[in-house]
Design a protein around this ligand. Structure first.
Ligand code: NAD
Ligand code: TYD
Length: 352
């Protein structure tokens, strides 16, 4: 059983949920977490600020770039790391279309730096789990779902950079026999998501009576998974996944964007009351220019992880969405921090 788990990108959306779940709700995990994050706009250390005091022997935070070979080597050695869970990435498709450079640097070069350090410590590091996306498989027509055998066909700079990193991880297993696992997951939603992705953005815009921008005809389909279910899948793979294997993770919850946004608008009308003048929030939906290269449909066949590792999503979309909306209503302070970049000042004061 792993004693010192290095998590990269642990101050981002999925990393925060994963680290909290491991320390707060996973009795099988008794080790220490070393969270390495460079704190881009998407990483907020305040999301985990309570953990250093609550788990002084089990949680450590290091501000470092995964592309910084010396800093990463020092972290791996100083904390006697025996397993790695690699989340750190640039993660937003729209940003990758405007400025792909950081995606190439972090997602491809950064992953390669970690793999090289891993190769030099192969006797010490027993597992490297790489977190990836279903977007590497490209776009589906109206039927079918991605399996682990679906050929890669990424369409955005984001998905192309993730595909490249997946190939490197796979190649380090095939070439050097390193003990890796990979997971390709569908769209996540839940607490602590930076408000630029569909669900988090729409919740806040709808709450504030701002327009809800629907790309194209609003009929692009995504397969939604509650972030806590994804975190549990990652822990399941780390604990019991087979070396060299890839696992698809998904929610079997395919929905067109328009339907998702209507559900958010309706739930907010109920939870927060209608807008001034009694206007229903659905009226905020505004069709805008489509995203270039916009993938039409994603759907994941997650039979392998269900059959081989016994993982299943627990949250339905209705309950998961309700929890998520309530979380954003109850955490306005967190929202203001990440929107204003206010925590950047805190980072400068604490980490220089
Ligand atoms: P996020 O953008 O919320 O967080 C990314 C984190 O990585 C941030 O804390 C950021 O500061 C950190 N980071 C970025 N560059 C770094 C670098 N060079 N060195 C160290 N840290 C760095 O992303 P997320 O939504 O939590 O996604 C995490 C992982 O899961 C990514 O690899 C992403 O591709 C994958 N994924 C995400 C989804 C989704 O729906 N969000 C779905 C499938 C897979
Ligand atoms: P997003 O959350 O960016 O995830 P991804 O592109 O990685 O799937 O977008 C989810 C879907 O929602 C995608 O089809 C694009 C669409 N979308 C909008 O229609 N409006 C928006 O403002 C955003 C951010 C996304």
């Amino acid at each position: 059983m792993m004693k010192n788990l290095l998590v990269t990108g642990g101050c981002g959306f999925i990393g925060v949920n994963f680290i909290r779940q491991l320390l707060e709700e996973t009795p099988d995990f008794t080790g220490r977490i070393i969270n390495v994050d460079v704190l881009t706009y998407a990483g907020n250390p305040l999301s985990l600020a309570d953990l250093e005091a609550r788990f002084p022997d089990r949680y450590v935070f290091i501000k470092a770039d995964i592309g910084d070979r010396a800093a990463m080597a020092a972290a791996l050695d100083a904390y006697r790391v025996d397993a790695v869970c690699h989340f750190a990435a640039e993660s937003h498709v729209d940003r990758s279309i405007v400025r792909p450079d950081a995606f190439i640097q972090t997602n491809i070069v950064g992953t390669h730096v970690l793999l090289e350090l891993f190769r030099a410590r192969r006797e010490k590091i027993r597992r490297f789990h790489h977190i990836s996306t279903d977007e590497v498989f490209g776009s589906l027509g109206p039927s079918g779902a991605f399996t682990e055998e679906t050929p890669y066909a990424p369409n955005s700079p984001y998905s192309a950079s993730k595909a490249a990193s997946d190939h490197l991880v796979r190649a380090y297993h095939a070439t050097y026999g390193l003990p890796v696992t990979i997971s390709n997951c569908s769209n996540n939603y839940g607490p602590y998501q930076f408000p630029e992705k569909l669900i988090s953005l729409m919740i806040l815009n709808a709450l504030e009576g701002k327009p809800l921008p629907m790309y194209g005809d609003g009929l692009n389909v995504r397969d939604w998974l509650y972030v806590g279910d994804h975190a549990r899948a990652i822990w399941t793979i780390l604990a019991r996944g087979v070396e060299g294997r890839t696992y698809n993770v998904g929610g079997r919850t395919e929905l067109p964007n328009l339907e998702v946004v209507r559900m958010i608008a309706d739930q907010l009308d109920q939870l927060a009351g209608p807008l001034p003048g009694g206007r229903p929030r659905r009226e905020l939906i505004t069709f805008v220019k489509d995203r270039p290269g916009h993938d039409r449909r994603y759907a994941i066949d997650c039979t392998r992880i269900e059959r081989e590792l016994g993982w299943r999503p627990r949250e339905s979309f209705a309950t998961g969405l309700n929890r998520t909306i309530r979380w954003y209503l109850d955490h306005r302070e967190w929202v203001e921090q990440v929107r204003s970049g206010e925590y950047q000042q805190w980072i400068r004061e604490h980490y220089g």
